[in-house]
Design a protein around this ligand. Structure first.
Ligand SMILES: NC(=O)c1ccc[n+]([C@@H]2O[C@H](COP(=O)([O-])OP(=O)(O)OC[C@H]3O[C@@H](n4cnc5c(N)ncnc54)[C@H](O)[C@@H]3O)[C@@H](O)[C@H]2O)c1
Length: 346
């Protein structure tokens, strides 16, 4: 069983990788929390597949187990559903030492996490991510929250879990579209980190080396979170491919899913990076060749996306903080004014 320690100033925690180990989650949680009650929050798709196994695992450790099943999809990630979870916790008389267990993708993780962060000013939270995106991204780093009609993730908090438990065997049932969504982020980590992670994606052995791939991505995110818990500096690197990625999503009327848009955004940013001084052209070409294996042919030219990128909320008044690539494994944030941004991407 592989373990990554996320070392923070306060509230450090482990990410545990146990392929096929979902029935052993309870055993891992028991020593970490005092309370007897556990509320599993999940969505209807994931409930059908994995709720019983998780419930039994917690019951075996003496937990009184409660369940809150929400409808699947981003449209559930609302203040209303969040209040339903809070209501369920109140009704079951949860106390400070009790535990919320988020079983599912990023929607459930973010929303259940926000409920755990705010009920009684914070109770125990355990993340059991079941989508690729949740395993390598959303379950790590403590960003929790829900959407408002004015925008995504507007109501939220930073709140660290007591444990993240990853069973990559659950990915067997993940729909292809959702797999692709997570993979876009995985390709991003490969360019940020280089090394073995790049070799896995470049060699197209993600499926064979699945647990290693997931754990290397998670380790990269954990490393960045350790350096920058509140997103003031290095965490911005995680936006690699996202400035134009968001523009691509918007341009397509959200027909192109996030992960795919990130993949296209990565291609455009690699091309733009070649124009910067000090860029390692051979390495950037290697990264572009790697992306080509995953079909990163953006349907739009960069020039069609620039005005949308300029309107992105991450574009501040005086320019855009975009992430560029010097070589595989070395990326940097560069503030570009709009003129330079246009020149680099045009
Ligand atoms: N907190 C963060 O740092 C952070 C980072 C990135 C994204 N996010 C958030 O994550 C959310 C997206 O997460 P997501 O892509 O996991 O979406 P999701 O939670 O909607 O899950 C995607 C779909 O896959 C299904 N699913 C999940 N695991 C499954 C499995 N093992 N087998 C079968 N079906 C399964 C779900 O029911 C859902 O229909 C967004 O709301 C986004 O804002 C948060």
């Amino acid at each position: 069983m592989k373990k990554i320690r996320v070392k923070l100033k306060k509230n450090s925690y482990d990410i545990v990788f146990a392929k096929g180990g979902l029935s052993r989650v309870g055993k891992r949680i028991r020593p970490l929390v005092k309370g007897k009650n556990a509320m599993i929050v999940t969505d209807d798709n994931v409930a059908r597949l994995y709720l019983d196994t998780l419930r039994r695992s917690l019951e075996k450790q003496g937990f009184n187990v409660f369940e809150k099943v929400v409808a699947s999809g981003e449209q559930s990630k609302t203040a209303e559903t969040y209040l339903e979870i809070i209501d369920a916790l109140g009704r079951a008389e949860f106390l400070r030492d009790d535990t919320v267990v988020a079983l599912g993708g990023g929607v459930v993780g973010d929303m259940a996490g926000f409920a755990a962060a705010t009920y009684m000013r914070g109770i125990n939270l355990v993340q059991v991510p079941t989508s690729l995106l949740a395993m390598i991204d959303s379950s790590i780093g403590g960003k929790v929250g829900v959407d408002l009609i004015y925008g995504k993730n507007l109501l939220g908090a930073f709140y660290q879990p007591k444990l993240v438990f990853v069973d990559v065997a659950t990915l067997k049932t993940l729909p292809e579209r959702e797999w692709q969504n997570g993979l876009g982020e995985g390709l991003k980590y490969a360019i940020l980190e280089g090394g073995r992670l790049f070799d896995i994606v470049n060699g197209e052995t993600v499926n064979e080396d699945l647990e290693e791939f997931v754990s290397l991505c998670a380790a990269y995110k954990a490393k960045i979170v350790e350096q920058d818990e509140r997103e003031a500096g290095p965490r911005r690197l995680l936006n690699l491919g996202h400035t134009l990625g968001h523009a691509i999503e918007k341009k397509s009327g959200f027909e192109i899913p996030h992960g795919e848009a990130v993949k296209y955004g990565l291609k455009l940013v690699l091309q733009a990076s070649k124009r910067l001084e000090g860029a390692d052209a051979d390495d950037l070409n290697r990264a572009l060749d790697m992306l080509a294996k995953y079909g990163a042919d953006c349907p739009y030219g960069a020039n069609e996306l620039l005005s949308l990128a300029r309107n992105d909320k991450k574009a501040e008044d005086e320019g855009i903080n975009a992430v560029f690539v010097k070589k595989i494994g070395e990326c940097f944030v560069k503030k570009t004014d709009f003129e330079e941004f246009n020149r680099l991407f045009d």
